[in-house]
Ligand binder design. Structure first.
Ligand code: ZN
Length: 203
């Protein structure tokens, strides 16, 4: 299983971190060990003082492929959920300033949360999916798939030019504005439309 993540896919989030809006998708990956298993507690990592939660729509790959054309891309994923790409922002800022890779900031053990999967149905309007993150019962982040710079099909096609996609791989499609800090004791809950897909407390 591979975990792909798209960076800077929402113009307003790129701006809030002082990044340029990209002309092609920004891709990074996390190892399988980055995935928080269900019923496993999430512990605030000892190596950061600035933990950020990025709520994102996540796609589930359902068919193996390489060099997938955009017009066929929708046949290669069949599930969607909301997840969190946890980021040690202080470490990322330091790495970015030195032009170094982001793994220490993004790809550590349990840095990735995936909600309950929803099947993608033909009726689903994939370019109009609302999702949001609540922290301590307060709305902190909300987005809609239409705000993405690169839509699902573009992302799948683009990734497949470089990496084979395999059944069970997942793609985090980027985070909208409103990314914020988390502290021990915070309770996070992620939604697509009105449906709660994960709950998590930071220990
Ligand atoms: Zn992210």
């Amino acid at each position: 299983m591979k975990i792909f993540c798209i960076g800077r896919n929402y113009a307003d989030h790129a701006k809030e971190l002082g990044n340029e809006v990209p002309s092609e998708p920004v891709i990074f990956m996390k190892p399988k060990s980055a995935l928080l298993q269900t019923h496993t507690p999430f512990y605030y990592p000892e190596f950061t003082n600035e933990l950020h939660a990025e709520a994102e729509l996540v796609l589930r790959i359902s068919k193996n492929g390489k060099y997938i054309q955009e017009k066929h891309a929708s046949k290669y994923y069949n599930g969607i959920t909301v997840g969190i790409d946890f980021t040690a922002r202080d470490i990322q800022d330091e790495l970015k300033s030195k032009g170094l890779p982001w793994e220490k900031a993004k790809a550590w053990d349990n840095s990735t949360v995936i909600g309950k999967w929803l099947d993608i149905t033909p009726e689903m309007k994939k370019n109009d999916i609302n999702f949001c993150l609540y922290k301590n019962k307060e709305l902190v982040q909300q987005g809609n798939s239409r705000q993405m710079i690169f839509n699902f099909d573009k992302i799948v096609a683009y990734i497949s030019n470089y990496f084979s996609l395999n059944i069970g791989d997942v793609i985090f499609t980027g985070t909208p504005a409103g990314v914020g800090e988390c502290v021990v004791g915070d309770e996070l809950e992620g939604f697509i439309e009105d449906e709660s897909l994960f709950e998590l407390s930071i220990k």
